[in-house]
Design a protein around this ligand. Structure first.
Ligand code: GBH
Length: 488
């Protein structure tokens, strides 16, 4: 043990899995290749070329649509156990519906999956990572209850196409981001700002869509490969500013993680009681005819409960939280943050990444994992994203330090009983970082956007991660030789 009570070199348990992650719109390019139709990100970036910080888009992105062999080569260099990527709905189903399946899109994913399996890299497939077909958005997207069937039909198609080879399925990436940032806060496509209303409608429909896909897989496809299907939720940890803010911190956890976790992972199912109570009180005060939070029927509660084999978690950072008189009138009315009566912030002293929202708070990771263990009866957790952004460069010591500190915090939680089975770095390589374009770099491989083939080069963090995977241990003092990357 060292002075602070930590092993210098800490072992991961047998069978622990390591991976990296990307998402379709962020890496594929080929935005209109071979019959693909428009999704909400194509639509937004073409309609308003400077909707994104550097006036960029994902038209070509990393050109993974053509460079997938290089991508798999990088996975082999790392020695990854699995690679998490997502499917593009509008590439596979250009009409949005299963009346027409795009053969070229199917071929692309078959090529990628088969290339990975050739080298024993397990595909972990996210069915939906934000790139909704534009046509479905025009029909209301996630606020239209019909989307439960639209999504389930799409999910059935991908189970039929790839279910014989895919063992890990993720229905949705980060419902809170889809619903709040897309429909409430106007931060991500479709850039709607109908807070206090739209994100709650979205939440209900999304949960039912997820559950429907789960049941289809469970009944009709699971036996094909003895596979698994789960959902990935995102959450910060909220550190109460004073003891009086503990309730506030728990309230916001109920609003953010709980909106999606409670219906699926709690014993009783349904939205968290505190979320229902707070939105109902405000809605009455404000003169609405009913709560702005839609209700689940008893049948729906049962339909959603228990529909995730693992607890998928994306976690990057934490925030301080408080509630006092100043909160009253601070937020728009109605709105999500007015409903919860909370203000969050990150102190300047916390070390910052290139992304303004991302500060280094490893203790928050430990606390969040502990909270999940206690609140949801110690589910098996897959960390499906964790990572750090820079402005570029191969000597990414800040990322190395972030990854080591966060892995340490994760091991602390595991030592106390948290059942964590997998860890995933966001990202395998730099990519289109949504409204930040290519200005914030999350890759352990750097991507050269000036070169036609989007040349990928390993950063120092890639060498460190490779050694972590090889030795199945965390060594804070390992100094890699970063001259040549090999496949071992
Ligand atoms: C993940 O979201 C995504 O799954 C992935 O696609 C993305 O590339 C990666 O993180 C890195 O960002 O309104 O101040 O919070 C993580 C959650 C949601 C955090 C959007 C940043 C925008 C700025 N992210 N949010 S803010």
């Amino acid at each position: 043990y060292t002075k602070d009570g930590k092993h210098k070199v800490r072992k991961f348990p047998d069978g622990f899995m390591f991976g990296t992650s990307t998402a379709s719109y962020q890496v594929e390019g080929g935005w209109d290749a071979d019959g693909k139709s428009e999704n909400i990100w194509d639509h937004l970036t073409h309609k308003d070329p400077c909707a994104v910080k550097d006036c960029s888009n994902g038209d070509i992105a990393n050109d993974s649509y053509n460079q997938y062999k290089r991508d798999v080569e990088m996975m082999r260099e790392m020695g990854l156990d699995f690679y998490r990527f997502s499917l593009s709905w509008s590439r596979l189903l250009p009409t949005s519906f299963p009346d027409k399946i795009n053969g070229a899109g199917v071929q692309y994913y078959n090529n990628l999956i088969n290339e990975m399996l050739k080298y024993n890299i397990e595909p972990m497939v996210t069915i939906f990572h934000w790139d909704l077909p534009q046509k479905l958005q025009e029909l209301g997207g996630w606020t239209n209850p019909h989307i439960v069937d639209w999504y389930a039909d799409y999910a059935r198609v991908v189970f039929e196409l790839f279910g014989d080879r895919v063992k890990y399925w993720i229905t949705m990436n980060e419902p809170w981001v889809i619903c709040y940032q897309g429909y409430g806060a106007g931060v991500l496509a479709p850039l709607l700002e109908i807070s206090g209303m739209a994100e709650y409608m979205c939440a209900k429909n999304l949960l039912l869509a997820h559950a429907k896909a789960y049941h289809i897989y469970d009944k009709e496809f699971r036996s094909q490969r003895d596979g698994n299907i789960f959902i990935t939720l995102n959450s910060r940890f909220y550190i109460p500013e004073t003891e009086n803010d503990l309730q506030t911190s728990n309230d916001l956890a109920d609003f953010e993680l709980g909106t999606y976790a409670h219906p699926i992972f709690s014993e009783n199912g349904d939205f968290p009681p505190r979320l229902k109570e707070l939105v109902a009180i405000k809605s009455t005060e404000q003169g609405f005819a009913r709560s702005r939070l839609p209700e689940f029927t008893t049948k729906e509660i049962d339909f959603v409960k228990g529909t995730s084999d693992f607890f998928g978690l994306n976690h990057y950072t934490s925030s301080m939280i408080y509630r006092n008189e100043s909160v009253v009138g601070y937020h728009k009315i109605p709105s999500y943050y007015d409903d919860v009566q909370a203000i969050i912030y990150q102190p300047d002293e916390w070390k910052s990444a290139a992304s303004p929202w991302l500060r280094v708070v490893p203790l928050g990771f430990y606390k969040l994992l502990t909270k999940i263990r206690k609140d949801y009866d110690n589910p098996t957790v897959f960390i499906t994203e964790n990572g750090f952004s820079t402005f570029g460069g191969l000597e990414d010591d800040d990322r190395v330090s972030y990854l080591r500190q966060y892995l340490d915090a994760m091991l602390d939680a595991m030592n106390e009983g948290s059942d964590i089975a997998a860890y995933t770095i966001w990202s395998l390589m730099d990519n289109f970082e949504w409204v930040a374009g290519y200005t914030e770099r999350f890759g352990i491989y750097e991507v050269d956007y000036e070169s036609p083939e989007r040349t990928r080069t390993p950063r120092k963090s890639a060498f460190v991660y490779k050694e972590t995977i090889r030795s199945r241990s965390l060594d804070h003092h390992y100094e890699p030789n970063t001259t040549v990357m090999t496949i071992d």
